[in-house]
Structure formats: structure tokens, C-alpha cells
Design a protein around this ligand. Structure first.
Ligand code: CP3
Length: 344
């Protein structure tokens, strides 16, 4: 079996498998060159030739154990009919939704594949070209994180609008969460049918909640998605990435390991603690600080080796970063990381 899938199934591997969040995209000169000639970012996501090429670029350069599909978490609101643009240097922009819009979005829930079909095509294209030991990971955003973009209209500092919306319009917000659960599970299921061998659910902004809101907006929706997907595709490992949550909240997730296999750790988590408390119940993935990749090859080699020594002591560890690769990361530093993992 492929090393990444072995690790997710808590089986022994020769060395920890690795990939990097945001490995495709702006840190790579070959991406920037293609991006320049190809037009808008979303056009790229909906173009299978481009998507396939860009998904494979990092593997060609670095030979990771997994490719992550080139797409974005915001294609779900887009497929539901919310406008979406990516301005240069500004990130995503959407017309913020109000309570009344939720019905309109819901009415589109059975039509999303019209927009998303090219993305499934990308999965097929990548799958055909992977080497024997490489895995393709599909992904989507978690309901909370996706809803912040839908309600704030773009990136946010404190998610005040989304949180107050969810408390003021409880029923409407719960309906939105359910809509995102249903459509995202469908989207992941279609990725799996197209060839995705594992999936990751990104809850990038999971860290802002009161305990009640954590349970309502993060824990329950993620576990529900995982369970629904597991019922459909019991053989496909699921990685949850609720970024920034507290260690005791990670332990709550790990206690529900019947529904998912992997737990992504962000930079703030002590890997030795996670090794002790979580690894074995679930496969842990992470968590090198992406800022460390802005330093020197020597510093990187030392830190990566230390992490591998911890994670490799028992089955169930995937080497990754604690968040995405920063666009300004020097290629020689990524090379130092890759070399260290591969020679471990
Ligand atoms: O290697 C990969 O991970 C590529 C696939 C990928 C993209 N976005 C491509 C992308 C993945 C897995 C994502 C996930 C994503 N998108 C998340 C969750 C992960 C995380 O980083 O926390 C979030 C929050 C988004 C939303 C989003 N998309 C933002 C905020 C932005 C603008 C800022 C940024 O990081 O670039 C995007 C645009 C985006 N998504 C780009 C890429 C390559 C840059 C677009 C460009 O080339 O101009």
C-alpha cells in the first residue's frame, strides 16, 4: 500500500510520508509563470489541464508522497451561486450573504456538479500521472471556515460578523451549516469517485470560538461530515484540520476516531505531546512552522530531524507543515526539508 495510506491506517512505514499544505501555488516559480499567462485564478481551478499540471508541479520538483488537488475551498459557495472573485494581492471577494439568501443558495444544492465537473476531471488527470507510491488527496473547506467567507464577504480579522450572525439568526445559520455539510460531502464523494484516495477538510479559522460555539460550529459539523463520508466510502481515510484549537479540544476530536483517521496539527501544538496523547488513536499530521522555511537549510535540517525522530517512534505520523507554505519561501529551503525527510 502507498506510504501515506499506510500511515493513515496506523501501519508501519520505512520513513514518515510527507506533503506540504499549499505545496502547489505561489511559492513555485513554475506556477507563477503559468499563472501569468493563464488569466483569473478561478478560471484555472475550472480548467482540468491547468489544474492537473499545477497539482503535479510540486511533485515533479520535490517528489512528495502525496499530491493535493489544485482547487479552492470557496468553489462550494461559488457553485451554489454566490459570486466570487480573487483580486490580485487582496484575496477572495464575495457579496456578503444575508438570511434571505440562504434559501436561494439551498435551491441550487442539486446543481453544483455543473460548475464542479472540471475539478473532478482534474482529479482523474492527476491520478493517471502519479507514480506508484504517490497518493492524491482531495479536499474541501469546513462549514465554519467557508461560512466566514460567505458572511464577511472575504477574509476577516476576528469573524465578528459571522459569529454574531450565527447567534442572532440561529436557525438560518444552522441551515447554512447543514447546506455546507451536505454539498461538501457530495463534493468530496465525487472527488473520491474520480480517484481521490484520501481527503482533508480544512477548518482554518476554527480557533475563535467560545466552548459552546466550538461544539456547535466546529466539532459537530466536522464529525458529521466525517461520518456521512465514512458511511459512503469506508475505505477512504479522512484528515481533519481544525487549525488553532486547544490541546484538550484535539483530545475530544481524537476520542471520536471511529469517524476519521488523521488529525492535522497546527504550529502551536507540541509534537511530543501529540505523539504521547493522540498518535495511535489517530494518525497525526504536521506541524513545522512555515516561518522556519524562511531561515536557513541548517536550521531546517535540525528541526525537521527532531520532528521525524518523535513522530516515527510509533505508527501514524505524516510529516507536514503547521499551515501553508508561504509564497516567499526560498526553493533551497524547501529542498533542505525534502532531502531531510527522504534520507531519514
Ligand atoms: O497546494 C495547495 O494546497 C493548492 C490547493 C489549495 C488552494 N487553496 C489554492 C489557492 C488549497 C488546499 C486551498 C485551501 C484554502 N483556500 C484555504 C484553507 C487552507 C489554508 O490556507 O488555511 C483557505 C482559507 C482558502 C481561501 C483562499 N484562497 C484565500 C484566503 C486566498 C487568498 C490568499 C492566498 O492564500 O493566496 C485564496 C487563493 C488561492 N488558493 C491561491 C491558491 C494557489 C492563490 C491564487 C493566486 O494564484 O492568485
Amino acid at each position: 500500500m502507498k506510504p501515506l495510506l499506510e500511515a493513515l491506517n496506523l501501519r508501519e512505514v520505512k520513513r514518515p510520508p510527507f506533503w506540504m499544505m499549499r505545496q502547489a501555488g505561489r511559492s513555485l516559480p513554475e506556477y507563477r509563470a503559468l499563472r501569468q499567462e493563464a488569466g483569473g485564478f478561478l478560471d484555472l481551478c475550472y480548467n482540468p489541464d491547468f489544474g492537473t499540471e499545477v497539482t503535479l508541479q510540486p511533485l515533479r520538483r520535490f517528489g512528495m508522497d502525496a499530491a493535493i488537488l489544485f482547487s479552492d475551498i470557496l468553489v462550494i459557495p461559488h457553485a451554489l451561486g454566490q459570486e466570487l472573485t480573487f483580486e490580485k494581492g487582496e484575496g477572495p471577494k464575495l457579496p456578503p450573504i444575508s438570511v434571505e439568501d440562504i434559501e436561494k443558495l439551498s435551491a441550487q444544492k442539486n446543481n453544483i456538479d455543473k460548475k464542479l465537473e472540471p475539478i473532478y476531471q482534474t482529479v482523474r488527470g492527476v491520478k493517471e500521472k502519479l507514480e506508484e507510491n504517490q497518493t492524491i488527496i482531495g479536499f474541501c473547506g469546513a462549514p465554519w471556515t467557508v461560512s466566514t467567507y460567505m458572511i464577511e464577504g472575504g477574509s476577516s480579522k476576528n469573524y465578528a460578523k459571522t459569529t454574531s450572525f450565527s447567534l442572532k439568526h440561529q436557525q438560518a445559520y444552522d441551515q447554512l451549516i447543514d447546506l455546507l455539510i451536505e454539498t461538501s460531502v457530495h463534493y468530496l464523494s465525487q472527488q473520491i469517485k474520480a480517484g481521490a484516495e484520501a481527503v482533508q477538510i480544512f477548518d482554518s479559522w476554527a480557533a475563535v470560538h467560545s466552548p459552546e460555539q466550538f461544539e456547535r460550529c466546529v466539532l459537530k459539523p466536522l464529525l458529521k461530515m466525517a461520518k456521512l463520508l465514512k458511511d459512503k466510502h469506508p475505505e477512504v481515510p479522512i484528515i481533519l484540520f481544525p487549525r488553532g484549537i486547544h490541546p484538550h479540544q484535539l483530545e475530544v476530536f481524537a476520542a471520536h476516531n471511529a469517524h476519521f483517521e488523521g488529525l492535522g496539527l497546527d504550529t502551536t501544538i507540541d509534537l511530543a505531546w501529540a505523539h504521547e496523547k493522540l498518535q495511535g488513536k489517530v494518525c497525526i499530521q504536521g506541524n513545522l512552522d512555515p516561518n522556519l522555511l524562511l531561515t536557513t537549510p541548517e536550521i531546517i535540517r535540525e528541526k525537521v530531524t527532531k520532528m521525524l525522530e518523535i513522530g516515527h517512534k510509533k505508527p501514524g505520523y505524516i510529516f507536514n507543515l503547521g499551515h501553508g507554505v508561504l509564497p516567499e519561501t526560498p526553493m533551497e529551503n524547501l529542498e533542505a526539508l525534502v532531502e531531510t525527510v527522504k534520507n531519514f
